[in-house]
Design a protein around this ligand. Structure first.
Ligand SMILES: Nc1nc2c(ncn2[C@@H]2O[C@@H]3COP(=O)(O)O[C@H]4[C@@H](O)[C@H](n5cnc6c(=O)[nH]c(N)nc65)O[C@@H]4COP(=O)(O)O[C@H]3[C@H]2O)c(=O)[nH]1
Length: 701
């Protein structure tokens, strides 16, 4: 209570001298107060409202009023107003009745010395009561606010009991998201009712997540949820342990990510499936072949690749039009699909070419050839039955080339080339035939060894060159460049990185080579900066290089020794690198990002295109792969993919560089769709440093 403001005491007393005596006694004990005295009910009620007393000292019996009535009226007015009976004559029973009725104390007139103590302690109790009442109001207010937030958010919130996993409360958004009309209905069920309810989205797995949250801290994961109607939908769940009201709780915040998932699936489907036939496309086929090759090398089980080309398709397509051609391709796809086992893959390679991957065929080379030939014959038989389109019969033949794997040191490209070569041989042999590839294996092995051997010495012999390919804006002005390495191999001119980077990667030479590239790029960057060119320089980082534990330290060292400005350096990484070891990758990226270095995802769209991952990375830019750019103006599939990538980039606030722009048509296509930075032969090939410098200089003028 604020001691500066004097207390207001209301005496209910018919004898003025008694009231004055009480006042004197209180003053003497150091109480500062003002007071008034009333005798009737009317005066009393007025005083309650007008005078607003802090303390009432009331006689028990008055000629025109009585203490008990005054007490009831005071309580009705304010239960926290201290009321003390001060009386000359009261028996113990009446005193108890007064206390029971709500009086705070009573003091006998013959023992007035006790009055100050009674008054002070009543005032003290009043203070405590008021502060308790205040806390209760605040608590109610904070509970109300929490409820409001709890129910106003668009995210579904669950509160679960940490010990039993049982749901205790859910918010309104949860009811909307899951299609329930009442909390009771939700709380009567279990988490299993709200999940797809099959591994890995069942009750048991949900409980595992809850346990893990308790043991390891907050968890975020994607979850296939189920509405009351049975409809399944994708969510992102964040769990965290919490102590609510002293009880162990788990708080689950659930977001509906249906749209994000749909975008991911759309990108994936556009990137990996052929729009016309619905078959896997070339990209997916390469992935599967890569995996099959690795598996075959491990297990020593042979597999095969069949290259299938339709004879006479071109004539039918030209004569009867694309609609007939398209229908024919669809029917062929269906028949090819019927000739394979579940584990095999039939893909459309492009145009009227198809490829078939047969896995786990046989334990020996010869048995594999026999079985693959049998499948090829089956395909030929299936294709020999006329195709009916628009009431007409169309006859086509197929030429099929076969190769088997694994053969030492062969990769996916080698196998596809072999099958293709074999298919051409089949065509030469008079069409509608099957031909088998005879490998000139030894030669290839030897060439590869020689390459690795020479590459090891190339750095020491100063045979590496770093070319810069300009990146330009819509007006053709330089905004940056990509550093691309070449090997000036004696007697062979400039060797493409496509030839030696895979070997460098496999043999570990990439570590020294990558360091050299970074140093050289930073040195050039410093020179550009010094000449007043504000350009960003992008450097490719190989997965193996990035995964070195000292990669960050290595970059810092190079920046320090060269004096290059880290904010002008862009590191290009691939999607595969990011996803393989996401935690380590993010940690390194964040560290480098803090220095000002930016990150670009190379060949975006060819990998996993997982938006969930992308969002977690400190990224600056996506690069659209040149295979998409090149076909985008003519291939609706690639066009849609480019548009989706641009939309994703806008959504994630990333800039986009389109790679491999070779024609004005491609450039216009990209510009119209909002792409702003371009790289490709249409502007410049990768240039040697003096040439690049000269061009950059001319631009400045
Ligand atoms: N058809 C066509 N191609 C165009 C056009 N414009 C640019 N290119 C080529 O596209 C490639 C773009 O580089 P990338 O996707 O990073 O692909 C690079 C990159 O993955 C790798 N690479 C190159 N230099 C390095 C390096 O220093 N370190 C690492 N780890 N990898 C490198 O080798 C790949 C191939 O490099 P390059 O042969 O220089 O091929 C370069 C470039 O010359 C165009 O308009 N049409």
């Amino acid at each position: 209570m604020n001691t500066d403001i004097p207390l207001r005491i209301l005496f209910v007393e018919d004898v003025p001298a008694d009231a004055e005596l009480a006042a004197r006694i209180l003053s003497k004990e150091g109480l500062a107060f003002t007071s008034i005295r009333v005798e009737t009910q009317e005066e009393f009620l007025n005083a309650l409202i007008e005078y607003r007393p802090d303390l009432i000292l009331s006689d028990y019996s008055l000629p025109q009023f009585d203490g008990m009535r005054a007490l009831r009226l005071a309580l009705a007015h304010n239960v926290n107003l201290p009321f003390i009976i001060v009386t000359g004559s009261i028996d113990e029973e009446t005193a108890v009745d007064c206390i029971k009725a709500g009086a705070w104390d009573y003091v006998l007139k013959e023992r007035m010395a006790r009055l100050p103590f009674a008054a002070k302690s009543a005032l003290e109790r009043r203070k405590i009561r008021l502060s308790q009442a205040e806390s209760a109001v605040m608590l109610r207010e904070s509970e109300r606010r929490y409820r409001e937030i709890f129910n106003a958010t668009n995210e579904a919130i669950f509160i679960d009991d940490a010990a039993t996993g049982q749901m205790i409360d859910v918010n309104d958004a949860m009811l909307r998201m899951y299609g329930y009309s009442s909390k009771q209905e939700v709380l009567a069920g279990s988490i299993g009712d709200l999940s797809a309810n099959r591994p890995p989205y069942s009750q048991a797995e949900a409980e595992q997540h809850l346990r893990r949250t308790l043991e390891q801290g907050p968890q975020t994961f994607e979850w296939l949820a189920r509405k009351r109607s049975g409809e399944e939908f994708w969510t992102e769940v964040s769990l965290r342990g919490s102590d609510i009201g002293g009880k162990g709780r788990i708080l689950a915040v659930v977001r509906d990510i249906t749209e994000r998932k749909a975008a991911e699936t759309a990108i994936h489907h556009l990137a990996y499936f052929d729009a016309l036939t619905g078959l896997p496309n070339r990209r997916l086929f390469r992935d599967r072949l890569n995996q099959a090759l690795a598996a075959a090398q491990r297990s020593n089980r042979w597999g095969a690749v069949l290259f299938v080309d339709l004879d006479q398709f071109k004539q039918i397509n030209d004569a009867r039009g694309h609609d007939v051609g398209d229908l024919l391709l669809k029917q062929v796809s269906e028949r090819l699909n019927r000739c394979r086992r579940d584990e095999d893959t039939v893909a459309r390679q492009g145009g009227d070419e198809f490829v078939v991957l047969l896995v786990h065929l046989a334990a020996t080379h010869s048995a594999a050839i026999r079985l693959a030939t049998r499948v090829a014959e089956k395909i030929r038989d299936a294709a020999s039955v006329p195709f009916q389109i628009g009431g007409l019969d169309y006859h086509i033949g197929v030429s099929i080339g076969i190769t088997v794997f694994p053969k030492a040191t062969e990769n996916v490209d080698d196998l596809l080339r072999e099958a293709d070569t074999a298919m051409y041989r089949a065509k030469e042999a008079g069409r509608n035939t099957v031909s088998y590839f005879e490998p000139a294996m030894q030669e290839a092995v030897q060439a590869r060894f020689a390459l690795e051997h020479d590459l090891r010495q190339a750095l020491a012999r100063n045979e590496m060159r770093l070319l810069l390919q300009p990146q330009v804006d819509g007006q053709g002005r330089f905004v940056g460049a990509e550093a691309l390495v070449r090997w000036e191999r004696p007697g062979q001119g400039l060797v493409s990185p496509m030839v030696f980077i895979p070997v460098a990667e496999e043999s570990g030479i990439i570590l020294a080579l990558g360091r050299w590239v970074l140093e050289e790029a930073c040195r050039l960057l410093k020179q550009l900066d010094a000449a007043g060119h504000i350009l960003r320089l992008a450097v490719n980082v190989s997965p193996r290089q990035f995964r070195q534990p000292d990669f960050v330290a290595c970059v810092c060292e190079v920046l320090q020794t060269t004096g290059a400005d880290p904010t002008h350096l862009v590191l290009e990484v691939t999607e595969g690198l990011v996803i393989e070891n996401i935690h380590d990758t993010i940690a390194k990226m964040i560290e480098l990002n803090r220095l000002g270095i930016r990150f670009s995802i190379d060949d975006f769209g060819t990998g996993y295109s997982s938006l969930a991952y992308l969002k977690r990375l400190p990224l600056h830019e996506l690069k659209i792969d040149r295979t998409f750019v090149q076909d985008a103006p003519t291939d609706p599939n690639d066009a849609a993919l480019v548009e989706t990538i641009l939309a994703v980039a806008r959504h994630l606030n990333l800039s986009v560089v389109a790679e491999g722009v070779e024609t004005k048509i491609q450039l216009d296509f990209l510009k119209q769709r909002g792409c702003e930075v371009f790289q490709g032969y249409f502007f410049d090939r990768p240039l040697l440093w003096p040439h690049f410098q000269e061009k950059a200089f001319l631009q400045m003028r």
